[in-house]
Design a protein around this ligand. Structure first.
Ligand SMILES: Nc1ncnc2c1ncn2[C@@H]1O[C@H](COP(=O)(O)OP(=O)(O)OP(=O)(O)O)[C@@H](O)[C@H]1O
Length: 258
C-alpha cells in the first residue's frame, strides 16, 4: 500500500506560554484528504494548539511533524509553502479588495515587489471561483459580511497552495446555514484538492457529521480518532457537565438536560 502523503503529526505534544502548560499529551495524525476538527470547552487550548501547529508560537515539549520533517527544522519560506494559517484576528487592512486579499496568499511565491505572475493570477482566480467569490472580487473587505470575509480568508489560504491548511474557528459569528457552508467547503477542499485541513471549532455536532477525524481536548487523555470511534469510546460524554448537557450517542448530538 502507498505511504500516506502530507501527514501532520503530533507526538506527546505539550503547549502553552513560557513555562505555563495549557495542554499536554496531544497525539494525532492527519493525512492529505482528511478534515480534522479540534474541539473542547472554552480555554482548553484549541487556539493555542492551532497556533503552535502553524509554528506561530513555540511548543513547550514533544514533536510536530509535517511528513518526515519536524516543523522547527523548516525555514520560514519552506514553512509558508507547506502550511497556511487562517486566524480569527482582525485583518491588518480591510481596505483591500477581495482579489487583493486573496493575492496576498501568493506572497511565498512572488518577487520582492509582490507582483503577480500569470500563474499567480490563475491561482487567485481558481481560489475565488472555488469559494464563490468571483462576483465580489472588486469589493473591499470591510464591505463584506462575516461569512463572505471568512470565505475570502479561506480563498487566500487556498491561493497559498499549501498542502496543509490550519484554521482557527472558521465558523464563529456565522449562522447555521453559513457554518455548514464553510465546513462543507473545507470538506470539499480536503476531498477534491487533497489538502490536510485542521480547524478549531465549537460546532461539535457538525464536526461529528462532517469531519474525518476529531481531536477532543479534555485536559487529560485528549482522545483522537474517527467520529464514530470517539462516540463508541464515550469521548464526547464528559466534555460538558452532565447535569446541564448530555451527549446522545444514538444521534451523535448534544441534548440539554431539562
Ligand atoms: N497570549 C497568551 N498568554 C498567556 N496565556 C494565554 C495567552 N492566550 C491564551 N492564554 C491562555 O491559554 C489558555 C488556552 O487558551 P486558548 O485561547 O488556546 O483556548 P481555546 O480553547 O481556544 O478557548 P476558546 O474556546 O474560548 O476560544 C487559556 O487559559 C488562556 O487564558
Amino acid at each position: 500500500m502507498d505511504k500516506p502523503v502530507n501527514v501532520v503529526t503530533s507526538k506527546a505534544l505539550e503547549i502553552g506560554y513560557g513555562k505555563t502548560t495549557v495542554a499536554k499529551n496531544i497525539n494525532f495524525s492527519v493525512a492529505a484528504g482528511e478534515l480534522c476538527a479540534i474541539v473542547g470547552i472554552n480555554g482548553i487550548g484549541k487556539s493555542t494548539l492551532l497556533r503552535t501547529l502553524g509554528h506561530l508560537q513555540p511548543k513547550i515539549s514533544g514533536e510536530i511533524w509535517q511528513d518526515a520533517e519536524q516543523i522547527e527544522a523548516l525555514k520560514p519560506e519552506a514553512l509558508a509553502r507547506k502550511i497556511s494559517v487562517v486566524l480569527t484576528e482582525p485583518l491588518a487592512s480591510k481596505n483591500l479588495s477581495v482579489a487583493e486579499l486573496i493575492g496576498l496568499g501568493r506572497q511565498p511565491y512572488t518577487n520582492w515587489i509582490g507582483s503577480l505572475t500569470e500563474k499567480d493570477k490563475q491561482h487567485v482566480q481558481a481560489s475565488m471561483a472555488a469559494l464563490e467569490l468571483t462576483g465580489l472580487k472588486e469589493r473591499k473587505c470591510h464591505e463584506l459580511s462575516d461569512g463572505q470575509l471568512q470565505r475570502a480568508l479561506i480563498a487566500r489560504a487556498m491561493a497559498q497552495d499549501t498542502p496543509t491548511i490550519l484554521l482557527d474557528e472558521p465558523t464563529s459569528h456565522l449562522d447555521l446555514h453559513h457554518k455548514v457552508q464553510i465546513l462543507k467547503l473545507l470538506k470539499e477542499l480536503a476531498d477534491n484538492h487533497h489538502k490536510t485541513i485542521v480547524f478549531t471549532t465549537h460546532e461539535i455536532d457538525l464536526a461529528i457529521q462532517l469531519c474525518d477525524k476529531i481531536l477532543v481536548l479534555n485536559g487529560k487523555s485528549n482522545p483522537f480518532g474517527k467520529p464514530h470511534e470517539l462516540i463508541a469510546q464515550g469521548a464526547f460524554d464528559a466534555i460538558f457537565p452532565s447535569e446541564t448537557i448530555q451527549f446522545d450517542a444514538q444521534s451523535g448530538s448534544f441534548r440539554i438536560r431539562k
